[in-house]
Design a protein around this ligand. Structure first.
Ligand code: ZN
Length: 190
């Protein structure tokens, strides 16, 4: 089983014997997406060290599913699975992580998967950031919206994050771009 060739033969045999034609195609398609996503995440890591450019890659060369997965992989790895705003890191025994890869300027507007247009955020912080309830200052401190604590809201620990430093990536070259954080703040009047 150590030999790549015997592993691939076994995989082929399993695919041939255990799955319907349709199931086999789905698995093969998924394997292709996984490989493409991996290549995409490597390219993102490399190119995010270059001067900021909106269009860093030939996007048409990648399937949307591979881009999503590749961006998620690159960003969650860059932040070591910690939420940049609240610092939570939880990984389940199955390897599921609490953090999402959030775009600072949404993909639909920016079409920009540069790691510096991303942060790893837990589900709650991701929602709060996307809804303009939280943001990040030029000094990389957490900002909470004045709306977050208005009646009938009970923001709990989120309020305690206000003014605290974010948890940045270990690699300073991959810190979120101030340009994009500023655009996010202006959009939500934070
Ligand atoms: Zn969080």
């Amino acid at each position: 089983m150590q030999e790549p060739s015997s592993r691939s033969t076994l995989r082929e045999t399993l695919l041939q014997s255990c799955f319907s034609e349709e199931g086999r195609q789905t698995l093969e398609e998924q394997a292709m997406v996984n490989a493409e996503a991996y290549n995409y995440s490597l390219a993102l890591e490399k190119k995010a060290h270059l001067p900021m450019v909106q269009k860093i890659l030939d996007l048409e060369a990648f399937r949307p599913a591979a881009r999503d997965q590749g961006f998620r992989h690159a960003v969650t790895k860059t932040y070591d699975h910690r939420c940049a705003l609240c610092g939570v890191r939880i990984i389940t025994p199955d390897g599921h992580t609490v953090v999402d890869a959030a775009h600072i300027i949404p993909w639909s507007r920016s079409r920009n998967d540069d790691i510096r247009n991303g942060m790893a955020l837990c589900k709650l912080c991701h929602w709060a950031f996307d809804e303009g309830m939280m943001g990040v200052s030029d000094e990389y401190n957490v900002i909470t919206s004045r709306h977050i604590a208005t009646n009938p809201n009970v923001p709990g620990f989120l309020l305690t994050l206000s003014g605290r430093g974010i948890i940045p990536p270990a690699d300073p070259d991959l810190e979120p771009a101030r340009e994009f954080l500023g655009e996010h703040r202006r959009a939500w009047r934070l």
